[in-house]
Ligand binder design. Structure first.
Ligand SMILES: C[S@@+](CC[C@H](N)C(=O)[O-])C[C@H]1O[C@@H](n2cnc3c(N)ncnc32)[C@H](O)[C@@H]1O
Length: 381
């Protein structure tokens, strides 16, 4: 790949079921040649600044990778050649730390360790040839490099994110069964809620859904206050990251946040949610209380209940999970006009709830296969 070229082929990785949503975000960000595929969405970025913009703005993707090379490889020699052809001397600094990770699926080259070792050897040899250096201390900034083989096609990529994009910075402790921030953002997107409508999470735990919805309403870039690996890359030296952050910060308007609130039966979870809300810069903008959802009664304009109730799989047992499901059905009955959206791995959820979901989508919460269900879909605002 020629680093002087205007276009940077990239992929925003995303978990199963969220690839199309990540592709939609990339299109809205103005990226070119966006195409969803299993495991993510490919796109072309016109500059390193655009790549940083994706890291700062994407809500539902895991990482942004620059694709450096991609070709069928059936032998270690072919893999070595492929990695050697990449102009590493323009991409990394000689003092950097080259962290090569690997994965292999349905490929002749099956040993992940050997692929990592071959790739690393090829990088160092190329750098040695091109820079004349003989020593690579690997002490300075990290370069996360991914070697993946899928059906004998090797893809060599540079991870520009570093820590995964779900690490927004507001969560300091995870609670019992928190939702990944990226999945929470996706549920907000898939729900009929839109900024301006009322949103309530009756099992809010550590507050992830509420925070992601508030940030979405405020147009707050999720990566605004964290750093990304690419900010130390040579090709990004010219990028004025401070100005980019300042302009994204200026676009954030907390005044756009409507009525967003939640409750949980567990006071410790609510205390954590309060802490996360503060750390997300949303103090006083999200209502929180300790309350069993069986006692919840809301007055006024209908809105959307959005929740990640206990599945009876990871928290407690199936019976108590199903009791919460019944209580959610009662909650919706007590609130005419409200939609209720829930994610659950329990295949009996709809039966226990007592009605079929109006909309459903299969997703994974970690390794758990789940359905995201919308009961009583409201018109989008
Ligand atoms: C899977 S966790 C939610 C995690 C949350 N989405 C987060 O990101 O932290 C389920 C939550 O439901 C709460 N819960 C269980 N039974 C409840 C009830 N009857 N009323 C209200 N909350 C309940 C639990 O205390 C727990 O915090």
């Amino acid at each position: 790949m020629n680093t002087e070229a205007r276009n940077w082929p990239c992929i925003a990785t995303a978990p199963f079921g969220l690839e199309g949503l990540a592709a939609g975000e990339l299109k809205r960000l103005g990226m070119a040649e966006v195409k969803a595929e299993p495991g993510g969405a490919r796109f072309t970025a016109a500059s390193p600044e655009k790549i940083l913009l994706c890291n700062l703005r994407l809500r539902m993707a895991d990482r942004v990778l620059i694709i450096l090379a991609e070709k069928p490889c059936r032998t270690f020699e072919e893999l070595f050649q492929l990695v050697s052809e990449i102009p590493w001397e323009t991409l990394v600094s000689p003092e950097g730390k080259y962290n090569v990770s690997g994965k292999c699926a349905r490929s002749q080259l099956m040993s992940v360790r050997d692929c990592q070792a071959i790739a690393k050897k090829a990088i160092i040899e190329r750098l040695r040839r091109r820079t004349g250096r003989t020593v690579f201390p690997e002490r300075a900034e990290p370069y996360p490099i991914e070697v993946s083989l899928h059906g004998d096609v090797a893809r060599i990529a540079l991870d520009t994110s570093g820590d995964a994009l779900n690490r927004r910075g507001y969560r300091t402790w995870n609670g019992e069964a928190p939702l990944r921030e990226t999945l929470a953002a996706a549920l907000v997107e898939l729900s009929p809620w839109r900024p301006g409508m009322r949103l309530y999470d009756p099992c809010c735990g550590t507050g992830t859904l509420l925070i992601e919805a508030a940030w979405r309403a405020a147009h707050r870039a999720p990566g605004l206050t964290r750093a990304f690996a690419c900010e130390a890359f040579p090709a990004f030296r010219e990028v004025d990251a401070a100005s980019l952050r300042a302009s994204l910060s200026a676009e954030c308007d907390l005044g756009r946040i409507g009525e967003i609130a939640g409750s949980d039966i567990d006071p410790e979870a609510v205390a954590l949610a309060e802490k996360h809300v503060r750390q997300a810069g949303l103090r006083g903008l999200i209502g929180l209380q300790t309350l069993p959802l069986q006692e919840l009664r809301l007055e006024g304009e209908p809105g959307v209940f959005l929740c990640n109730p206990p599945y009876g799989e990871r928290l407690g047992d199936r019976k108590s999970g199903q009791a919460v499901c019944r209580a959610l059905a009662q909650l919706q009955k007590r609130h005419p006009g409200w939609a209720l959206c829930a994610i659950s791995s329990d295949p009996m959820f709809e039966r226990i709830y007592g009605r079929r979901a109006d909309k459903k989508r299969r997703l994974y919460n970690g390794r758990l296969e789940c359905e995201f269900m919308v009961f009583g879909a409201r018109e989008r605002g």
